[in-house]
Design a protein around this ligand. Structure first.
Ligand code: NAD
Ligand code: DAU
Length: 339
């Protein structure tokens, strides 16, 4: 099996590559990533010398480069993680989200049509369903929940999902889509809630909580997400959407307090800042379909996963300190200075 994994120098893609190379020693994995601010080649250092792994620095929006790669590799599958992934950045500058998330997806699928493929898998998000009210804990996102997006990011991911389903219906492309809830774990870029709070707390810097901190996210350890995608690409039904989530809803403020406690830092570091525009209130996945059809269940409890994650950031200070000392400083100052 030869699999092109796009966006493999980012958070979830890299964890997926590690999982696949370990579990399937006879598979070839080709990572296609253009190394945006969120892509980090040092993340892939542990597999760079693996003879079954190849890294290619190109953009999924570059049709010529993508077709050339397909001619060289004749992939059996494509798993598309490549995306602009941060909601706050999409609010500041939507355009690149449309290019990468929508156009890039179309280019990849055109290549799949042209050269033939066993499976194209689109890594999508629960954010395409919009949000749920806080006072209706009985409601969850199912695969039938209507698309109802809030941010330029989620709209671009929803646009891509619709294209994927259209390529299946119109051209018969063998596709699957997964829509996962919030991931956490190693190699999570420090702009996102959990790694940002860990890094700031370790540096005794303010912990910026948007609004009242009451927004709820449904957290899943990244390895559990990778295992779910592994099951879908091998055993999932073509043309289907699978929701992935572990019934682990938590308020943002509670996550931040847990991080303070685990690191022995005072809650006085918590600073309430102005809210995100269009901020989704609550995400909550109903994972019944993937459980019933593919037997998937999350394996990591949040209490253990957050400890492992914090320990990883303590053990890998160089990884995130290098990131936050560069261009990220300008981003951080611009985003948080006047909040
Ligand atoms: P990330 O921002 O950490 O990584 C994205 C990667 O894609 C980076 O390596 C970047 O260099 C690469 N990339 C961006 N534009 C590219 C382009 N034009 N061509 C090639 N490579 C490009 O993102 P992540 O958090 O790992 O998310 C991966 C995927 O999973 C995304 O599609 C995202 O929408 C989806 N997702 C994320 C979460 C989450 O909680 N992080 C949850 C559900 C779904
Ligand atoms: O639900 C899946 C989605 O989860 C993915 O599709 C996205 O790619 C991923 O980035 C994530 O989106 P969120 O917007 O939920 O994640 P983020 O880490 O940016 O924020 C989580 C919550 O924390 C959200 O309610 C906003 C809040 N927040 C975030 C930051 C960065 C803060 O209160 N302060 C912060 O500084």
């Amino acid at each position: 099996m030869n699999i092109i994994v796009t966006g493999g120098a980012g958070f979830i893609g890299s964890n997926f590559i590690f999982h696949m190379l370990k579990k399937y020693p006879d598979y070839r994995i080709v990572c296609l990533d253009c190394l945006t601010y969120a892509g980090n080649l040092s993340t892939l250092a542990p597999v760079m010398d693996n003879p079954n792994f190849r890294f290619v620095k190109e953009s999924i929006t570059d049709r010529e480069a993508v077709y050339k790669l397909f001619e060289e590799e004749h992939p059996d599958m494509v798993v598309n993680f490549a995306a602009e992934s941060h909601v706050d950045r999409s609010i500041e500058n939507p355009e690149v989200f449309l290019d990468t998330n929508i156009k890039g997806t179309a280019v990849l699928m055109d290549a799949c049509r042209k050269y033939g493929i066993k499976r194209y898998h689109q890594v999508s998000t629960d954010e395409v369903y919009g949000d749920l009210p806080l006072d209706r804990p009985d409601l969850f996102f199912t695969e039938e929940t209507p698309i109802h997006t809030s941010s330029p990011y989620s709209s671009s991911k929803a646009g891509a999902d619709l294209l994927v389903l259209a390529y299946h219906r119109t051209y018969g492309l063998p596709v699957t889509i997964s829509r996962c809830s919030n991931n956490y774990g190693p190699y999570h870029f420090p702009e996102k809630l959990i790694p940002l709070m860990i890094a700031n707390a370790l540096n005794d810097k303010p912990l910026p909580v948007y609004g009242k901190g009451e927004n709820v996210r449904d957290w899943l350890y990244v390895e559990d997400h990778c295992k779910a995608i592994d099951l879908i690409i091998h055993n999932g039904r073509v043309g289907e959407v699978y929701n992935i989530g572990g019934h682990n809803e938590m308020k943002n403020i509670d996550i931040v307090k847990i991080i303070c406690k685990e690191l022995g830092k005072p809650e006085s570091l918590i600073t309430y800042v102005s809210d995100r525009k269009g901020h989704d209130m609550r995400y909550a996945i109903d994972p019944t379909k993937i459980h019933n059809e593919l037997g998937w269940l999350p394996e990591t409890k949040f209490a253990d996963g957050i400890k492992k994650t914090i320990q990883w950031y303590l053990d890998n200070k160089e990884w995130w300190k290098t990131i936050i000392s560069g261009e990220y400083q300008n981003y951080y100052e611009k985003m948080y200075a006047n909040r």
